[in-house]
Each structure stands twice: as C-alpha cells, then as structure tokens.
Ligand binder design. Structure first.
Ligand SMILES: [Cu+2]
Length: 396
C-alpha cells in the first residue's frame, strides 16, 4: 500500500483517510475514509460523559477548524439558507460511542475536503425527515480538528486500512491558507504521553502580504527551557506518544535545518524559548511555507519537542506536545494578541541558536538566571559549528 510519505510531488498518493481526536469530556477518535465504492465511511471509537451506546448524538462538520470559534448555523460546512437538513455536506447524521456508517454522495475531496475543519458532536440527535435549525442540536459535547491520517500509525483499525482507496487526492483545495490575508490557521496544543499534563496553549498562523506570521503562547513548560518546534506531515494524534504525526512536513529535496537555511524542511521553525512569567511566547515571520491548493499546512500538525533543536536531525528528543492545524476565521481577533511588547524576538538568543557566533546579552525580564547559564554553555559549542559551516560555504 502506498501511503503519504514526506513528499507531495505525486498527488495521486494522497490517502483518503482523516483522523481526528476529541477534546473535552469525550475521548476517542474518528476516522473518515473514502472507500473503494467512493462512499464516505465514518468510524467513531469514543467514550465519555453523555456519549455511549444508548443515545444518538448529532454530528456536524463546520467550515472552520478553530476550537475557540463561536459555532452557528452559518458555520455548518456548505450550508445554505436558514435551515439545515441531511443533504447539507456538513450534516453527518447521528452517532453513538462506537459507530460505523457509510454515506453516499459526500465528496470529501478538493473544495469539499474536511481536512482542517471541526467535527463536532451535539447533545441532540438529528431528525433527517425534516429541515431543522442549528439550535435544535443543543449543546456541543465534543469537538476536534480533522487532520490528515497516517496509515502507518499503530492505532489505526484494520477495517480502515483495508478500506481506504488511496488512489484519489484528499488535499484541502481552496481551503488553504492563502497569502491574501483571507485565511488564518490555529492549532491548540495538548500534551503527548511524554509531556507534562499542564502543557497547553495555541499556535496561530496569519497570512498577510505574502508572509506568514506564526505566533504562539504556551503554558506549562519549564521557564527558560528550550524546545524544538516543527510542522509535521500528519494531523494524526492516534498514538498518544507523538509518533503518529510522522516526520517533518517537507518535500523530497529538503533536509532538516534551522531557519533561515534555504534547503530546510517546510516545517522547520526556530526554537521555542522565550518566556515571560513562566509562559513561553513565540513570534516569527516567514515566506517559506507552501500554500498550494493540495499541499498546505491544513490538517498537518505541530510538535513541541523535549529538547532544543540545534539544526541536526535527532537533536530535539521526544515530542512532548502537539496539535492539529485547522482553519481559523481571520475576521476574528488572533487569540494571541497579548504578547508583552518588551519581548524582542529578533534577539537571536535561542531561536536560531546554531547560527550564533557570540553569547547573547541577558534579558532578565524574559529569561531566568538558570536558563541563561545553560544557554550560554550551549552557545559556545554552536559557535564552532557555525564557523565550520561558513568554511564549507566558501569552499563550495
Ligand atoms: Cu518535530
């Protein structure tokens, strides 16, 4: 079986399988697959408060993938008019905690892709015999962002592996973050099994005037600690330990390096290492992310690693936190609008540590004394590495 590898040159290798994981009181996972009869197959394995084998609950796809957004009738995916019905693409019908169902006539490719959107379970069942209003669905019981599935992940049910037709593209065409400022993306961080349970926060992407600004605000990390952070290929959180998101988002010509190395992976970011009052902040602007119709960041993931990324593969340790990247409503304010103004993200103290040639000037308001000491000792080593790299450039 050919599955998505870290290259997207041949779009025919896209797998029609999406993976999502619930946040809130309900835990579990949902698999969307396009089967060999070109039908949408949905498999829910979940449990939790108010979600069991007894009562049916309505399931909806929204046209937004931000867990912080307000949901309404107008956010139901491909809805028209003032009422909803079971012919609307985003209305998936009813589910119990262990449900399998097949829907015909539901394209989930291209502009109809669910990648990067929210799947939400509601309190009330849907009555498909008549039109209904959004309010009839009742309270939201659970929500999650639909990510690109990884068929190599250990927790994938065999029936999904056997079912998937992997000859069709599943890219999120026309829903991708564009460079005209009309689309933003968000990613709500949760810990993996390797991370402290207190880790949480948001990473936000805004595309303005041809550049993407990435901002992050992360709680629960040890103040002063330095963490590699990347975009990974899949938005598949099924393994729990960080493995199922696969390798870095990249194409076949790229190798891992820190920015601004011009042949680095698409998903390579500077380190996360700037703290204020024990909260980690991040801001970085780039033109490096692809924004192609079926090769973009939607439905992929962010991993925060245990250790600092020094620009070499394997330097950054376990994946301690992660999230699936979804579409955000750019009409809404960025959730990360309160970055303290005194933080200087252009001070290359740690984000691009492999490029430093001299120890930084300490900034007491942002870094702890202890962390400054350890960062300085790292920097001495990396300055030698930078020198070797420069010599290499001159020779070739
Ligand atoms: Cu990574």
């Amino acid at each position: 079986m050919v599955i998505i590898k870290n290259t997207f040159k041949n779009l025919n290798t896209f797998v029609l399988y999406y993976y999502i994981k619930f946040i809130f009181d309900i835990n579990g996972q949902v698999f969307f697959a396009y089967n060999k009869n070109q039908q949408l197959y949905i498999n829910i394995e979940a449990s939790g408060k108010d979600f069991d084998e007894q009562a049916s609950r309505g399931g909806i796809i929204h046209n937004i993938g931000n867990l912080d957004s307000k949901l309404s009738q107008s956010t139901v995916f491909l809805s028209k008019g003032n009422t909803l019905d079971c012919n609307v693409n985003g209305v998936l019908g009813n589910f119990k905690s262990d449900s399998k169902k097949t829907l015909s006539g539901r394209e989930i490719r291209g502009v109809n892709s669910y990648v990067g959107l929210l799947f939400t379970i509601y309190e009330n069942p849907i009555d498909c015999s008549q039109p209904f209003h959004y309010e009839d669905l009742g309270e939201v019981l659970a929500s999650c962002v639909v990510g690109i599935g990884n068929l190599n992940a250990s927790g994938i049910p065999d029936n999904i592996k056997n079912l998937v037709d992997n000859t069709l593209p599943n890219g999120a065409a026309n829903q991708s973050p564009t460079n005209d400022g009309k689309k933003s993306c968000s990613c709500r961080i949760t810990p993996t099994s390797h991370g402290n349970a207190k880790i949480n926060g948001t990473v936000y992407f805004e595309n303005i005037d041809g550049s993407t600004t990435v901002t992050a605000k992360i709680y629960g990390l040890e103040a002063g600690s330095i963490h590699g952070m990347h975009l990974h290929s899949f938005g598949d959180l099924s393994s729990g330990d960080g493995a199922s998101i696969g390798g870095h988002w990249k194409d076949s010509t790229q190798t891992h390096a820190l920015p601004e190395n011009s042949t680095r992976d698409n998903g390579d970011l500077p380190n996360l290492c700037t703290y204020r009052d024990s909260v980690a902040y991040f801001r970085w602007k780039t033109q490096y992310f692809p924004h192609l119709s079926e090769n973009n960041m939607l439905g992929r993931s962010i991993a925060i690693h245990e250790k600092r990324d020094n620009g070499t593969a394997g330097s950054f340790g376990e994946r301690i936190a992660w999230c699936v990247i979804g579409i955000a409503n750019s009409q809404e304010a960025s959730p990360i609008s309160d970055i303290p103004s005194e933080i200087d993200f252009n001070n290359p103290l740690c984000p691009y540590a492999a490029q430093l040639t001299k120890p930084p000037t300490p900034t007491k308001e942002v870094f702890s004394e202890e962390s400054l000491y350890s960062q300085s000792s790292i920097l001495e080593i990396t300055s030698t590495l930078s020198l070797i790299f420069l010599i290499h450039l001159f020779l070739f």
